[in-house]
Design a protein around this ligand. Structure first.
Ligand SMILES: Cc1ncc(COP(=O)(O)O)c(C=O)c1O
Length: 391
């Protein structure tokens, strides 16, 4: 099957954040949009077909989640990560962040410490703070163009926390944690009886030579002390359908989580279109998904090569996973605020500012490569021109 990811699909005037919501985040709407983590690519045909089929039935009432739906997700996990998931462990939430809020509300009290590893996906911090819990930072290290964990600091901080919000693979560092790194995290959490919310939403977008291990696969302890959050949204570009899967093998923890979600938050009803779309993606999306991975990898190689050739002061922190890597812009010698405005106003590109991801993100900008290659070519042109103009 050939899928043409180079084909441009006009997204303006579809109420999409990336284009129609740009002004709200960047103060203008004419920037090259390489920010928020969705893709400029059409979904697999089977997904569109499933939505059309559902739309033909004109009643959109409350839903159930049929067994086949959970089985499709479990079969995908078996194939992707050789993870044996019992469908009975899996539960739906309208998003990974809803699951995060539910976990925080269910398993911690106001004032409790919640551990994160910045620079990290920024809503982790804001969610913890909005719910009146205390953020505990275990900042990643950045050395020789690569992010690693500070395990000594993690061991200390783990003792003060009630919940660890782990990002694996990690956004925005692009790291796929190795088995050894994961085991060190595991041992620290186990020693401190620390519950782990493992956000694995990016676990399908992993590039060759790297292999993702699900936190719950590490041991029986990990299986019974973790909440694993995954979703078809990053993999198949379905964020607007509000579907995610939460796997909790521990019966007691799952019951508590479900109770809060169903009776406290009332967000478990599901979306009539998302249901069939997610199932179709897992059942029929393999070819599209493989083609996507190849296209993303070529985009990364293009960006990396073009930066080295044209703008060597800016380095791609080459990701092991995700389509939203970061650019190391330290060599430009700009303060974080100045860097942000340079990229937005002088380059003319909407990238996420590294400062948003918390301590350690200051000299970086995050770029979304899930777009037509010509947009990356345009970005390189704009960046080279803006730097030239400053000379
Ligand atoms: C690490 C991570 N978790 C969660 C989300 C958001 O997930 P959802 O839209 O399912 O709440 C994102 C989106 O970019 C993400 O990168």
């Amino acid at each position: 099957m050939t899928i043409n990811f180079d084909k441009v699909i006009e997204r303006r005037n579809t109420n999409c954040s990336k284009y129609d919501g740009m002004a709200a985040s960047f103060g203008r709407n004419d920037l090259l949009p390489l920010w928020i983590a969705d893709m400029d690519f059409p979904v697999p045909e089977a997904v569109t077909e499933a939505i059309k089929r559902r739309a033909e039935h004109p009643i959109y009432g409350y839903n159930i989640f049929p067994q086949g739906y959970y089985e499709a997700f479990c079969a995908w996990e078996k194939k992707r990560h050789n993870w044996d998931v019992d469908p009975a462990w899996v539960w739906h939430t309208p998003g990974v962040l809803t699951a995060l809020s539910t976990a925080i509300l269910t398993f911690t009290k106001e004032g409790d410490g919640v551990l994160i590893q910045p620079p990290v996906y920024f809503p982790f911090r804001s969610t913890i703070e909005a719910l009146g819990r205390k953020v505990i930072d275990n900042q990643l290290r950045y050395e020789d163009g690569k992010f690693t964990m500070d395990f000594e600091d993690l061991a200390q901080k783990a003792a003060q926390a009630k919940l660890f919000v782990f990002c694996s693979p990690h956004n925005p560092s692009g790291r796929v944690w190795t088995k050894e790194e994961l085991m060190r995290v595991h041992d620290i959490c186990r020693k401190n009886e620390l519950l782990v919310f493992s956000d694995e939403i990016h676990s399908d977008i992993v590039y060759k030579q790297h292999s993702h291990t699900v936190f719950a696969q590490l041991s029986d302890w990990a299986l019974h002390h973790s909440i694993v959050a995954m979703a078809p949204s990053k993999t198949f570009n379905l964020a607007g359908l509000e579907m995610s899967h939460i796997t909790i093998a521990n019966d007691e923890l799952r019951k508590q989580f479900q109770y809060y979600e169903r009776f406290g938050l009332h967000v478990a009803n599901g979306n009539s279109f998302g249901l069939g779309a997610a199932q179709a993606a897992y059942e029929h999306g393999e070819d599209w998904y493989q083609a996507l991975l190849s296209y993303l990898k070529e985009n990364l190689d293009y960006l990396d090569g073009a930066l080295k050739a044209r703008v060597p002061q800016v380095k791609l922190v080459y990701p092991e996973a995700t389509y939203i890597p970061i650019l190391d812009m330290q060599a430009l010698g700009m303060e974080p605020e100045a860097l942000k405005h340079f990229v937005w106003d002088e380059v003319g590109a909407a990238l996420n500012a590294g400062t948003t991801f918390g301590p350690g993100g200051e000299r970086f900008m995050r770029i979304n490569v899930a777009t037509q290659r010509k947009n990356l070519e345009l970005f390189i042109e704009k960046l080279a021109r803006a730097l030239e103009a400053r000379k």
